[in-house]
Design a protein around this ligand. Sequence first.
Ligand code: FAD
Length: 403
Amino acid sequence: TYGLSPEELALKAEADAFGRSVVSKRGVEIDQTREYPWDVVEAMRGQGFLGMTIPTEYGGQGRSFLDTVLVVEEIAKHCTVAARIVVETNMGALSTVMAYGTEKQKRLAAELVLSGDKPAICITEPDAGSDATSLSTRADKRGDGYVINGAKHWITGAGVSKLHLIFARVFDEDGVDQGIGGFLTVLGAKGLRVSNRETTMGLRGMPEGGLAFEDLEIPADMALVPPSGFRRGFADLMNAYNSQRVGAGTVAMGIASGAFELATEWVKTRRQFGRPIGEFQGLQWMLADMSMQLTASRLMLYAAARSRGPNGSPFPDPVLAAQAKIFASEAAFKVVNDALQLYGARGYSQDLPIERMLRDVRMFTIGGGTAQVLRTLVASKVLGWRLPQTRDGTWDDQRASRS
Ligand code: FAD
């Protein structure tokens, strides 16, 4: 039971029952229609799975990230899109607002999430992917507020999310660069336009799309400023966002956990050569390896989730979160791929959920920081060096950080 408390085990059991009875019916349809599952959102809201981590003074349950992880795994076994909604209504952009927001901002985020909104985080741009700090969306200070211009792409929830946290380069009234800041706005604001929807390999009920900001006005009280200010604020905003990595890794692990359960049942019933295929040692060892990958992923994700505590940091430890996301996302792809292999031809058919799970799980080594970029983050900690990736930054920064 991984050292889970009776309350945590009860929550996991509740999510398991909910996943089996409510979510499992909808997984296939959501994939086929590519429609955002508002009915599942409403059911999850009724069950208390949205906004669980919001402090009680803002109407939430003040639950931990570990509680969220436990629910996400169970939901992801049946529907990846629903599981991602649980992540993003408890972690990610919401955690950033809850960490650094003003009273007004926290109340706005809590109210929207508790009524079923999955906030969107808007960082990536066509020319700023892994190199997120090179983003060119700008927020110009004008009078009492900011005016945002620019474009983002691959924004999860484009067109369905109400609350948006937009990262932009801030310029003061004299046009002087102030660093990168976060800005909150709500769908429907003048100057916020959904520019396209991607046609994706998996995760199909969740819109991924482009956003255009055309003189989008943001009042000053909707700027999300970490204590370190705009200048050094980007690192703080990203740190707060790193709960998302634990969530994303858990979705991947949950998909794999679901595929593993299906494959384990299958090898007991499918017969070839006059015996259940589970009697072949080659397949037994595959199952053993799959179970090890899942146990290791779970332990790493739980440790990362637990590293944020009421007495410790308000965010999961960045290295534990990165390690857990890298490991869990890579292991999950392998586990689901092996599960498909155990099903033979049937696994390749759309009649069973395994092929969808494989399409869905493929994403998790990319979004929210690629496996390569996160390895650089981990290596930087291991070496105790800053590891800027630009050609010009590398040597000067290295000398400075080693001396
Ligand atoms: P690139 O940065 O162009 O990288 C291409 C390849 O080069 C990758 O393999 C990468 O690992 C590698 N690479 C790049 N630099 C280095 C380096 N220094 N060292 C080693 N390898 C390197 N973004 C948002 O802001 N909000 C969202 O809600 C959001 N949702 C997403 C949902 C999905 C389904 C996906 C697929 C993406 C989403 N993203 C979102 C974008 C995501 O964060 C980026 O895709 C990711 O950061 C990588 O950027 P890129 O795709 O431009 O790849």
